[in-house]
Ligand binder design. Structure first.
Ligand SMILES: *Cc1c(COP(=O)(O)O)cnc(C)c1O
Length: 412
């Protein structure tokens, strides 16, 4: 049965027998991606913005299988580093359709992007500091650029991702007119861009829409100041998914209308760049219980996944749903679930009711598609896990499990 029409795919919606089979065949910890769900998420988002241009923000998950799935579904790709441009092209993206958002770009990244633009004049480079434009000009670049603006207000689920508030990103609103006039003389100024935060759900939608409205105002003013017609106004990504079981998903058709309304009349195409929304609920992690310990303060459940597998709980205090897929109907009991890393940050949950886990049980950690494998590390000399993709009922390994040789390969 397909769950692709659901606004969110929760852990209970995954085929548990299939998950148990995949863990038995490929071992744990294991990333399992549902590529049909990735395509359905993109489609649902794009359908909510019929006259807009929707790009996938690759940094949420740059796996080749995911990029190929999205290119097949008709998405263009937004990249924030040379490595992402490289991988987007390796997955089949036409470089003329790519957008490169350069945040404090290293010289090597700018060199390569400028070189790429010689064969692919359609490439758009987005700068968020005067230095970036000066450095592009020094390289003889005079092609397509967008200006990333900082509207001075932002939304998000955690202060580290509320980028609109953060001076690191974008030209301050009060400098945009002047920068736009200057940039339009030296380059082909095609757009105004902002990415205003992350994890926007129903309770932060009003605030997000206000920020989007502000970006549209900044864009209208910049177009006047530069005396130019903009091709697009890009209001970025940031659309959230419910991580907690009691959170409601965004109603995409409503979000589409609200954003349109916030933007108002625009003499340019509206662009959006969802990352998380497209991939988050399309992937989970399977992990095996190896320890159940009764301590005075808690029942501690040890698993083979760790913060090296999924760092979001340690880094952002993120909540990820956890389900016992071996015995989902057992009586729930409050447990702390943690991995093999020697730090107290290596904990996926504390005091959370989970169907009573026993040694050997398989747990699923949900919503791991966005910033999951992408932020995985080899901390504690742990080879990174394999990733299996399910598509049209077939499963295939899209990233093999690393070995210790992979961990030591760069040592000299
Ligand atoms: C990270 C990022 C996105 C996507 O953000 P999500 O919260 O994953 O939707 C979009 N645009 C830019 C420039 C980004 O850096």
């Amino acid at each position: 049965m397909s769950h692709d029409s659901l606004p969110v795919k929760r852990l209970a919606d995954w085929d548990h027998e299939r998950l148990r089979d995949l863990a038995a065949e490929h071992g744990t910890p294991l990333y399992v991606a549902d590529l049909d769900r990735v395509a359905a998420n993109y489609r649902r988002f794009a359908d909510a913005f019929p006259d807009a241009h929707v790009m996938y923000a690759a940094k949420a998950h740059t796996g080749k299988a995911v990029l190929e799935t999205l290119l097949d579904a008709g998405a263009d790709i937004e990249c924030a580093a040379w490595g992402e441009l490289h991988r987007a092209m390796a997955a089949g993206a036409d470089p003329n359709t790519l957008q490169y958002t350069a945040v404090n770009p290293p010289d090597a990244d700018l060199d390569r992007a400028v070189e790429l633009s010689e064969e692919a004049p359609g490439l758009t480079i987005t700068g968020g500091a005067r230095d970036t434009f000066d450095r592009l000009a020094e390289r003889g670049y005079d092609g397509r650029v967008a200006i990333r603006v900082n509207p001075g207000i932002g939304t998000g689920h955690h202060e580290k991702v509320a980028t609109g508030k953060d001076a690191k990103f974008g030209i301050p609103a009060e400098h945009v007119d002047e920068v736009a006039a200057d940039v339009a003389e030296r380059f082909d100024l095609v757009g105004i861009h902002a990415h205003i935060g992350s994890g926007v759900l129903n309770d932060s939608l009003d605030e997000h829409c206000r920020a989007v409205g502000r970006v549209a105002d900044i864009a209208r003013s910049a177009a006047d100041a530069a005396d130019t017609d903009l091709e697009f106004v890009d209001v970025g990504g940031g659309y959230g998914v419910p991580y907690r079981e009691d959170e409601e998903p965004l109603d995409m058709p409503e979000v589409g209308e609200r954003i349109r309304e916030a933007v108002g009349d625009l003499d340019a195409q509206l662009k959006l760049e969802p990352g998380r929304y497209v991939v988050a609920d399309a992937e989970l992690i399977l992990t095996e219980v190896n320890t159940v310990k009764e301590a005075p303060a808690a029942t501690v459940v040890g698993v083979d996944a760790s913060l090296a597998t999924l760092i979001r709980p340690a880094m952002f205090d993120s909540y990820h749903p956890i389900r016992n897929v071996s015995a989902p109907d057992r009586e729930p009991r409050p447990v702390s679930v943690g991995g093999p890393c020697c730090t107290s940050a290596d904990v996926f949950c504390t005091d959370r009711p989970v169907a009573e886990p026993e040694r050997g049980n398989l747990l699923a950690i949900g919503n791991a598609g966005a910033y999951g494998y992408e932020l995985a590390s080899q901390f504690h000399s742990q080879p990174r896990p394999a990733e299996v993709a399910v598509e049209g009922g077939e499963a295939r390994v899209v990233r093999r499990r690393e070995t210790l040789d992979d961990v030591t390969r760069v040592e000299r």
